[in-house]
Design a binder for this molecule. Structure first.
Ligand code: HEC
Length: 157
């Protein structure tokens, strides 16, 4: 019985914690990348690994399909999607997350899109990989519009 009350107490605490809009707690880690480094060194290359792997390009000689051919290329593509999926978890870490609301929603959206990509890769379904890649793109965009405010900084080259 005591145990149940204990659990109830902590569940209530957890619930209360979710509703308060206090600043996020300090990071549980000692050494970590800054947010721009995490973006530039982890998320961006992983996303590029997906976006560059599958494409339909119109040329004068007709349509050119870009897709992985060798097992090594498929593995590299899978690794990019896996990295991106885990990187969305890194965005949600205490101390890195900017809030407990939309930030988490965008990060989960990225995670879901990455999972879809992973499944599509497992099926070697290039159309589904391409579609999931668009979902990844819009997840990045949605968060940037709200939090990155690129337009208010120096113009990007
Ligand atoms: C949950 C929010 C969020 C998601 C999702 C997100 N980003 Fe970001 N990103 C940011 C924020 C905030 C910044 C601005 C960081 C700063 O300047 O301090 C940023 C900045 C960047 C930058 C510029 C870094 C620099 O050097 O200033 C790149 C590149 C980038 N993101 C790529 C991506 C890609 C690619 C994705 C999707 C695969 C993505 N981001 C998803 C929040 C997000």
């Amino acid at each position: 019985m005591k145990k149940k009350i204990f659990i109830l107490f902590f569940s209530l605490l957890a619930l209360l914690g979710c509703e308060k809009s206090e600043p996020p707690p300090k990071p549980p880690f000692n050494v970590s990348l800054t947010l721009p480094q995490l973006m530039d060194w982890v998320l961006d290359p992983a996303a590029d690994g997906i976006w560059d792997a599958v494409a339909w390009i119109s040329t004068t000689k007709g349509e050119k399909v870009i897709a992985p051919h060798t097992e090594a290329q498929w593995d590299a593509l899978r690794n990019s999607a896996a990295t991106l999926m885990e990187a969305s978890n890194l965005l949600m870490l205490e101390g890195r997350a900017k809030d407990n609301g939309p930030w988490m929603t965008y990060s989960r959206r990225l995670s879901n899109a990455s999972e879809k990509t992973l499944n599509a890769i497992a099926n070697k379904d290039t159309q589904a990989i391409f579609d999931a890649g668009s979902e990844i793109d819009s997840a990045c965009e949605a968060c940037h519009i709200q939090y990155a405010k690129f337009d208010q900084k120096a113009p990007q080259k």
